[in-house]
Ligand binder design. Structure first.
Ligand code: COA
Length: 184
């Protein structure tokens, strides 16, 4: 059987709250990364506080998210985190991804990881659809999601406000049958 955690450039791996806290305390220093990834005000947390947050998240039963670390195949380097927040009664899940270190952007890693998570969602969780949201100014993410197979579904006008400028929220999705068509 195929290794569902291994792509062509990256693999999905388990991640501990320790590893996540250590990584995010570094990654969050890059305010552009944080403002692309999140709509909450950018904030700097201590490693202890981050670990406490992730510990609480991991204790939830059933888990809030199927969360994976993203590691490069070439160097086994931790470059980000991704996963799905499921809404299983509806066969739906929300996709999320962050490559924390900007040195890893634009190298195909994010698209490869997204394709693995889509496969996980449709093959292991038997989902009906996978949905995501992004800020309208995040052109790189939009392009990467399109390459992974997501389609544009909606635009919430003026959803957010940053630096005095309103921006839209974009919503993309992929249905099971669309994914199956390109992954026979
Ligand atoms: C978004 C993210 C996951 C994408 O992963 P990635 O590995 O950088 O993406 P890829 O290299 O697979 O693809 C990026 C694509 O965007 C294109 N791109 C890059 N900058 C762009 C820009 N300013 N405008 C339009 N396209 C752009 C690249 O050329 C590439 O497309 P191509 O292969 O057709 O040339 C990653 O960059 C990331 O985590 N960024 C910071 C946090 C973030 O934005 N998270 C997503 C929150 S919704």
């Amino acid at each position: 059987m195929k290794d569902i955690y291994r792509g062509t450039l990256v693999r999905l791996s388990a991640i501990s709250s320790d590893d996540l806290a250590k990584a995010f305390v570094q990654w969050d220093r890059d305010s552009e990364m944080r403002r692309l990834a999140d709509s909450d005000p950018a904030q700097l947390w201590s490693e202890n506080k981050l670990k406490e947050f992730f510990d609480k998240d991991f204790e939830k039963d059933p888990p809030r998210a199927y969360r994976f670390a993203i590691r490069t195949l070439a160097e086994d380097r931790l470059i980000g985190t991704t996963g799905l927040v499921p809404n299983l009664p509806h066969g739906d899940a929300w996709f999320f991804i962050v490559l924390g270190d900007r040195e890893s952007w634009n190298k195909g890693y994010g698209t490869d990881a997204a394709q693995l998570v889509l496969q996980y969602g449709f093959v292991e969780l038997n989902l009906r659809r996978i949905t995501l949201g992004l800020h309208s100014y995040n052109d790189r993410a939009f392009r990467s999601y399109e390459k992974a197979g997501f389609r544009m579904e909606g635009r919430m006008r003026g959803e957010g406000l940053r630096g005095g400028v309103r921006f839209d929220g974009l919503y993309m999705g992929i249905l099971r049958e669309e994914w199956m068509e390109s992954n026979p």
